[in-house]
Design a protein around this ligand. Structure first.
Ligand SMILES: Nc1ncnc2c1ncn2[C@@H]1O[C@H](COP(=O)(O)OP(=O)(O)OP(=O)(O)O)[C@@H](O)[C@H]1O
Ligand SMILES: [Mg+2]
Length: 315
């Protein structure tokens, strides 16, 4: 069983139609979907056929639709109830397809709620092949919460976070981190290199210092993965009809996690991540990951061991 920890759940409201900043905009009822990184990763694992459990925090108000969505997917779940209202993030897609996102900060959590959440993680970790910690944390959580859990829990952990939580994760026992390029730059405190071989060296060096697998996703350019002394790169398969790149990283993480529990390492992990990330961009925002598309794309990903070929990332 893979246990996904979701500390900052939300509902995603998507509004489609004419939109102009500074004007009065009228929309018919928007589409409401459960969201947040934890939910997205758990839903992707379910689509891939992985055994998955979703645990996390759930504010007392506004959570009915979220809970119904989790149940409808058949995902086992357990949430620590806390005061507050589930946030709604609004996405506006105008007639030209331009996306405007309005994300609300989540609820605040007390020290008691943080302690209950840590207990919940301790309860499920021994029954889990892998723990996944993804996304932002509510006010009230120490930035090193994920790192502390990775150090304390008996099962391996993967972390997809940014800023201080990612920096703390770098010093933890987590087995894998999945930053995107911006998050990787924040993590190492340097400008990322512009050529693939130089970037691969930066990623390889950072992974060796941390003693863990580092998967740096590069959007449409694919992903670099460093493990022990090796660095692999896989280009994203060329696809037409890209619809939505939001959440590509969540789907990539889900596929790497599933592959990892099945013994996948190095190139195998990388291929899974790139194929799922690319399968994800082909679906409309809220559609689940398509397993058939994922498998087709998996056959088209060809990971390379980096040997120093120049590759300008700006091209
Ligand atoms: N436009 C695209 N075309 C093809 N594949 C893509 C595209 N964008 C992303 N991908 C695939 O998805 C993977 C993850 O994407 P990305 O680097 O954008 O993650 P991310 O920034 O963490 O996303 P998020 O946090 O929104 O989930 C990439 O490594 C790549 O394989
Ligand atoms: Mg991401």
């Amino acid at each position: 069983m893979i246990t996904v920890v979701s500390l900052n759940p939300c509902m995603d409201e998507t509004l489609c139609g004419a939109f102009q900043a500074g004007a009065t905009n009228r929309f018919s009822t928007g589409q409401m979907d459960a969201g947040g990184k934890g939910y997205n990763v758990a839903a992707a694992l379910k689509s891939l056929g992985a055994p998955v459990r979703l645990i996390g925090l759930m504010p007392r108000r506004g959570s009915d639709a979220y809970m119904q969505a989790v149940d409808a997917l058949g995902i086992e779940s357990d949430f620590v109830s806390c005061p507050g209202t589930l946030r709604v993030n609004t996405k506006i897609v105008d007639e030209r397809g331009v996306l405007t996102e309005i994300n609300r900060t989540g609820f605040s959590a007390s020290a008691l709620v943080a302690a209950q959440m840590a207990d919940c993680c301790r309860h499920y970790a021994p029954k889990s092949a892998l723990m996944l910690f993804c996304g932002s944390m509510p006010w009230g959580f120490a930035p090193d919460f994920y790192a502390a859990m990775a150090d304390q829990l008996p099962s391996p952990a993967m972390i997809d976070a940014s800023g201080a939580a990612l920096r703390a994760a770098a010093d933890s026992n987590a087995v894998l981190l999945k930053p995107n390029l911006d998050e990787f730059a924040q993590l190492i405190g340097e400008t990322p290199a512009q050529t693939l071989d130089a970037l691969a060296r930066q990623v390889g060096l950072a992974a060796r210092k941390m003693g863990k697998t580092l998967a740096v996703s590069l959007g449409a350019r694919g992903m670099l993965l460093a493990q022990r002394e090796q660095v692999f790169y896989a280009e994203a398969p060329k696809v037409s009809g890209v619809r939505c790149s939001v959440g590509a990283g969540d789907n990539a993480l889900a596929a790497m996690a599933f592959s990892w529990t099945q013994g996948g390492r190095g190139e195998t992990l990388l291929s899974a991540g790139v194929a799922a990330g690319t399968a994800s961009v082909l679906r409309a925002g809220t559609q689940p990951l398509c397993r058939k598309t994922y498998r087709e794309l998996l056959g088209r990903v060809s990971p390379l061991a980096i040997v120093g070929s120049p590759f300008d990332l700006n091209k």
